[in-house]
Design a protein around this ligand. Structure first.
Ligand code: FES
Length: 130
């Protein structure tokens, strides 16, 4: 293996959202990556082998969707739910299917699952995009 291939293989710890197994219990998890006053705040959701990530910013009034931090899903786990006014979003697309922001959507974040970790893709700035 060349030095370049080894660098490409290494995991950038600044972009680790969580170990994949952490999503088994709750199906979702909030995260903060970056530093300073405006880090990137998001959450990940898992259904089966599929994992999706979104910016933690509700398109209705701009509040974070979760409280407590790892409670992002509606009871039953079929939808993402905003705790503020109850909007429901599809897990796979982030599109609001019920509530005050119907038809609007969450901002997706590109991620990769590698070596048992959920990683934010390298091109995403670690700052609040809203
Ligand atoms: S802020 Fe999310 S539904 Fe109102």
């Amino acid at each position: 293996m060349t030095d370049r291939e080894q660098q490409d293989d290494e995991i950038d710890l600044a972009r680790v959202i969580c170990p994949l197994h952490e999503l088994e219990a709750t199906g979702a998890r909030g995260f903060t990556l970056g530093e300073g006053d405006w880090p990137l705040r998001g959450f990940v959701v898992r259904r089966g082998d599929a994992v999706h990530a979104y910016v933690n910013h509700c398109p209705h009034a701009g509040f974070p969707l979760n409280w407590p931090p790892d409670v992002v899903l509606a009871p039953g786990g079929g939808h993402i739910r905003c705790i503020m006014h109850g909007a429901l979003f599809e897990l796979e697309t982030g599109v609001c299917v019920a509530g005050p922001c119907m038809g609007h959507g969450l901002q997706p974040l590109p991620i990769t699952v590698r070596d048992g970790y959920v990683l934010l893709d390298a091109e995403v700035p670690l700052v609040d995009p809203t």
